[in-house]
Ligand binder design. Structure first.
Ligand SMILES: [Zn+2]
Length: 216
C-alpha cells in the first residue's frame, strides 16, 4: 500500500465487514478478537478493501445498549491493532473520545512500534513533498506526518541502544574497579566499597528494565 491509494469503492458485503471488523464481541478478549478477524482483515488490507480510517490500524469498538431492546451502537475503545508491528496496542488516551484516536496511534508509532510499514515514503520522497511549490494534498500531508513519526521512533531507538551500550561499558568499568579493590583493598575504605556495589546493582537493574521494555 502507498499513501496515494485512494478510498476504494466497496460492495455492500465489504462495507458491512468494514463496520464489523472493529467490534469486540461480548465475552471476547482483545486477543480473541484479533485472532477471529485476522485472516479476513489481512485479506482486505492486501486487496485495498479497507476504508481509509482502517488502512494502517484498526481501533477496537464495543457495543453499547442504552435501554432494553435497544439495537445498540458501537463506541471506540482504547485498544487497536497496528498493522506495522501486527500487535495489539493499548493506550491511556483515546478511550471513548473518537477525536483523540489519531493521537493514540501517533503515540505508538513515534515511540514503541517495532515495525515501520506505517511510514510509506522514503527520505527522498519526503524531501520532494516538503519542497513542493504548491500546497500538499491531505494524503501527502498525512504521509509527511507519518514519516516524521517514524524519524522520532528511529531516533529514540538509537538513543536507547546507545544508552544500553553506555551502561554495559559502565558495568564493565565498575566490575573491573571492584576486582581491583577486592584484591588491593587498602586503597579504598569500606564505605566507598559499599557505594560501588550499590552503583553496580543500580546499573544492572536499569539494564534489566531496558531489556524487558524492548521485549514488549
Ligand atoms: Zn505498531
Amino acid at each position: 500500500m502507498v499513501y496515494t491509494d485512494k478510498c476504494p469503492v466497496l460492495s455492500n458485503t465489504e462495507w458491512r465487514d468494514n463496520c464489523q471488523f472493529p467490534v469486540i464481541h461480548k465475552g471476547e478478549t482483545p486477543s480473541d478478537w484479533m485472532k477471529r478477524i485476522w485472516d479476513q482483515l489481512t485479506n482486505y488490507k492486501n486487496n485495498n478493501r479497507l476504508t481509509d480510517d482502517k488502512k494502517r490500524y484498526l481501533i477496537a469498538r464495543k457495543m453499547e445498549y442504552l435501554y432494553e431492546g435497544d439495537l445498540g451502537h458501537s463506541v471506540g475503545i482504547n485498544i487497536a491493532i497496528c498493522y506495522s508491528c501486527n500487535k495489539l496496542v493499548y493506550s491511556k488516551i483515546g478511550s471513548g473520545y473518537e477525536y483523540w484516536f489519531p493521537h493514540f496511534m501517533d503515540e505508538h508509532w513515534s515511540t514503541n512500534c517495532t515495525g515501520n510499514a506505517y511510514c510509506d515514503i522514503s527520505h527522498k520522497d519526503y524531501m520532494e513533498l516538503k519542497s513542493k511549490s504548491e500546497a500538499n494534498s491531505y494524503f501527502e500531508k498525512e504521509a509527511i506526518r507519518r514519516y516524521e513519526l517514524w524519524v522520532q521512533n528511529a531516533i529514540k531507538k538509537l538513543e536507547c541502544a546507545r544508552e544500553v551500550g553506555k551502561k554495559i561499558r559502565a558495568v564493565k568499568v565498575i566490575q573491573q574497579k571492584w576486582l581491583e579493590i577486592f584484591y588491593k583493598p587498602e586503597g579504598m575504605c569500606a564505605t566507598q566499597l559499599v557505594e560501588h556495589y550499590k552503583l553496580l546493582w543500580a546499573v544492572r537493574e536499569e539494564m534489566r528494565q531496558i531489556n524487558n521494555a524492548q521485549l514488549i
